[in-house]
Design a binder for this molecule. Structure first.
Ligand code: HEM
Ligand SMILES: *[C@@H]1O[C@H](CO)[C@@H](O)[C@H](O)[C@H]1NC(C)=O
Ligand SMILES: *[C@@H]1O[C@H](CO)[C@@H](O)[C@H](O)[C@H]1NC(C)=O
Ligand SMILES: *[C@@H]1O[C@H](CO)[C@@H](O)[C@H](O)[C@H]1NC(C)=O
Ligand SMILES: *[C@@H]1O[C@H](CO)[C@@H](O)[C@H](O)[C@H]1NC(C)=O
Ligand SMILES: CC(=O)N[C@H]1CO[C@H](CO)[C@@H](O)[C@@H]1O
Length: 331
């Protein structure tokens, strides 16, 4: 009797709390406290993208890395100090582009002048990413606001929370599904990520020079493409900056060309190519390759979902005064 009565009550309580914690995020969060928020963001990112066209890809990757590691909480922006080695100094972060950190600093500086202590770095990163994606031709999607910044950033949280290009497709799928993302969302997110930006030679050098004992070059790569990459990367061990466009056909435009490339052997990373050869991902690659609208719709929904992944609200975080440091000294 008591159990029968308690259960619905508990359910009600649970539902109300889920609603309550969600309701803390809203698209109008700064409407009263920082009415110029959206204008300041748009102006900052537009001028930065104009002077440094690599910023959009840099920000999108930075945001993905931030969200995957303990949620979208700007933990990736924290600088290491004598007491704490932070997330951004993990191996996997070494290639995060400085342009992304810089555009966040610029936005934060402008916002602190206009409305000090109000806008979190996590919200700045989420909105900068969305606005930059839009500037390079991608779809607009809603970003709800009210994220707080983390009070923790640890280098050892990175490994295991980010996918590697040499993982099998099943490992990559399970990486995303354990975080609550469907295969469809995964394919849309990766396609959106890798339709712009660069990859350093060392990330795909094994495919070019050491595929296996008998075959040096991955036969899944288009031969002409492989030959050009081999030439370009010939000194990659000494010239460590050498990089290739992720989307060789339309490198700086956010479009569905990435999926067409995959079908022609023009996928740069092993993990990209693998999506054409797996029965679970292939139908999505085929769909997005012929229907950009379907890709944009699915990418938008997946980004909305990624943008609220593991966010901290209320007293679970703070609004940092500077994005690269916690407000109080940590030991
Ligand atoms: C299987 C999953 C993924 C793997 C293994 C992967 C791996 C990589 C690697 C190795 C690079 C090259 C980094 C470098 O050499 O500098 C890269 C670049 C990039 N990735 Fe991913 N990635 C994945 C998914 C994603 C997702 C979901 C997004 C965003 C939604 C994303 C966004 C980007 C962007 C924008 C770049 C270019 C960065 C730049 O030009 O500065 N990636 N990725
Ligand atoms: C994948 O790459 C990482 C880093 O380059 C390496 O440490 C790891 O051993 C590789 N894993 C496999 C299965 O090759
Ligand atoms: C190397 O890869 C090629 C092409 O996929 C394959 O035919 C061959 O059997 C592989 N060799 C070894 C030793 O795994
Ligand atoms: C690699 O190094 C050699 C010798 O310094 C040089 O001649 C060649 O142009 C370099 N290749 C690339 C692609 O930079
Ligand atoms: C492309 O996808 C959109 C959205 O799913 C759909 O409405 C449209 O009918 C599709 N177009 C074609 C040509 O299949
Ligand atoms: C862009 C950026 O800040 N990346 C950092 C990643 O880690 C290296 C090594 O610690 C730093 O030097 C970079 O600044």
């Amino acid at each position: 009797m008591a159990v029968r009565f308690l259960f619905p009550l508990l359910l009600l309580l649970l539902l109300c709390c889920i609603r309550f914690s969600e309701s803390k995020l809203s698209t109008t969060y700064y409407q009263k406290t920082c009415p110029d928020f959206e204008n300041i963001m748009r102006n900052t990112i537009t001028s930065k993208q104009l002077s440094n066209p690599t910023t959009a890809a840099a920000a999108l990757r930075l945001f993905f890395h931030d969200c995957m590691v303990d949620g979208c909480d700007a933990s990736v922006l924290i600088s290491s100090n004598a007491f704490n080695k932070a997330e951004r100094d993990a191996d996997l972060n070494l290639s995060l582009s400085g342009d992304a950190f810089e555009v966040i600093v610029r936005a934060k500086t402008a916002l602190e002048l206009s409305c000090p202590g109000i806008v979190s770095c996590a919200d700045i990163l989420a909105v900068a990413t969305r606005d930059l994606v839009t500037v390079v031709g991608g779809p607009f999607y809603k970003v709800r606001l009210g994220r707080k910044d983390s009070m923790v950033s640890k280098v050892d949280r990175v490994e295991g929370n980010l996918p590697r290009q040499n993982m099998t497709i099943d490992e990559i799928i399970s990486h995303f599904t354990t975080k609550g993302f469907s295969v469809q969302e995964m394919v849309a997110l990766i396609g959106g990520g890798h339709t712009i930006g660069f990859t350093h030679c060392k990330e795909f050098a094994d495919r070019l020079y050491r595929y296996n004992n008998t075959t040096p070059t991955d036969p899944k790569l288009n031969p002409k493409y492989a030959a050009a990459l081999k030439k370009m990367c010939e000194n990659y061990t000494t010239d460590i900056g050498m990089s290739a466009f992720n989307d060789v056909m339309t490198p700086s435009k956010f479009d569905n060309m990435y999926f067409k490339n995959l079908q022609r052997g023009l996928g740069l990373l092993m993990s990209d190519t693998a999506m054409v050869y797996d029965g679970k991902t292939r139908p999505l690659v085929e769909l997005y390759a012929v229907n950009q609208t379907a890709f944009f719709n699915d990418f938008s929904h997946a980004m909305e979902k990624l943008s609220v992944y593991g966010v901290k609200t209320g007293r679970k975080g703070e609004v940092r005064r500077r994005c690269d440091a916690f407000n109080s000294i940590q030991t």
